[in-house]
Design a protein around this ligand. Structure first.
Ligand SMILES: Nc1ncnc2c1ncn2[C@@H]1O[C@H](COP(=O)(O)OP(=O)(O)OP(=O)(O)O)[C@@H](O)[C@H]1O
Length: 268
């Protein structure tokens, strides 16, 4: 009996979603409805792509997960714990589990590549230490290795604004790797990049997913990249989930209808 319970418990732990959205609605201060009653479970190690027209709510969905946007109704659980209700130190610890990649890279442009990558460790230090730049050698080594894994080690002392867009995004990926989160939210990570560089950046995200088992949720405009890299596709239209399925089971017609057949606000 004890043995049975043990396995049952182990099983239910394995089943616990990494991210769970329960009846999530987001209404912006000006009355715009960003998300309408979203229910969604994302498991550890998945690589999710979110697709939809401009204005459909992809960014709102992604940014609700780490509370860059506060939701109006519902609850969001990270690894079983409500981030919606989290406060103070607890909220900071939960956010440490969530890394973010932005379309605009969000590096400190006048700082070195190394300092930018070390910023991924900030949440592990008390503020006074970071003010005085007291990063440990271990963390410097960690940052260097992260840069190596995205093939950017030779730029370690360059200033961030001396790099190309693709190189900056790779530094941002090294920063997120140094943070060592469970989840990576990538909000249009390739929107400012050319096709070849976009592909490279997606390969880096795949590496984080496969090698470190990080759960990746990426908003993508490019259907080609979505198809190539996503394991599961979520279609969003006018703040609602209109499709959710494994990539291998998703026919082209689904993409056609999400992008052409819908009531997405802008291109109607
Ligand atoms: N800060 C804000 N205040 C008010 N409305 C907003 C705000 N941010 C987004 N919205 C609105 O919420 C809706 C969803 O926007 P969101 O940015 O999430 O869409 P998206 O699918 O990410 O679009 P894109 O692909 O263009 O980035 C849109 O109608 C948008 O105008």
């Amino acid at each position: 009996m004890i043995r049975q319970n043990f396995f049952k418990e182990l099983y239910s732990m394995a089943e616990q979603p990494m991210i769970e959205m329960k009846n999530v609605t987001k209404v912006y201060d000006n009355g715009t409805v960003g998300l309408k009653n979203i229910n969604l479970k994302i498991n550890k190690g998945e690589f999710i792509v979110i697709v939809g027209l401009s204005g459909a709510g992809k960014s709102t969905l992604l940014r609700s997960i780490n509370r860059l946007h506060d939701i109006s109704e519902g609850d969001i659980l990270i690894d079983g714990e409500s981030i919606t209700k989290a406060k103070g130190k607890n909220l900071r610890l939960m956010r440490r589990k969530i890394g973010m990649i932005f379309q605009s890279f969000n590096l400190v442009k006048r700082s070195s590549v190394l300092r930018n990558v070390l910023a991924g460790r900030l949440a592990y230090y008390p503020t006074w230490k970071t003010t005085f730049n007291l990063f440990t050698n271990e963390d410097k080594q960690r940052a260097y290795e992260a840069l190596q894994s995205v093939d950017m080690a030779e730029k370690v002392y360059s200033r961030a604004d001396e790099l190309s867009g693709g190189q900056q995004q790779r530094v941002a990926i090294a920063r997120v790797l140094t943070q060592n989160p469970e989840i990576i939210l990538a909000d249009e990570p390739t929107a400012s990049l050319d096709p070849k560089t976009s592909h490279q950046v997606m390969e880096d995200l795949r590496m984080l997913n496969e090698k470190y088992n990080m759960t990746v949720v990426a908003n993508l405009h490019s259907i080609e990249l979505a198809k190539e890299f996503g394991h599961r596709v979520i279609g969003v239209r006018a703040g609602e989930i209109v499709y959710d399925g494994k990539m291998e089971d998703t026919p082209q017609s689904v993409f056609d209808s999400i992008y052409n057949g819908g009531t997405g606000k802008e291109e109607d």
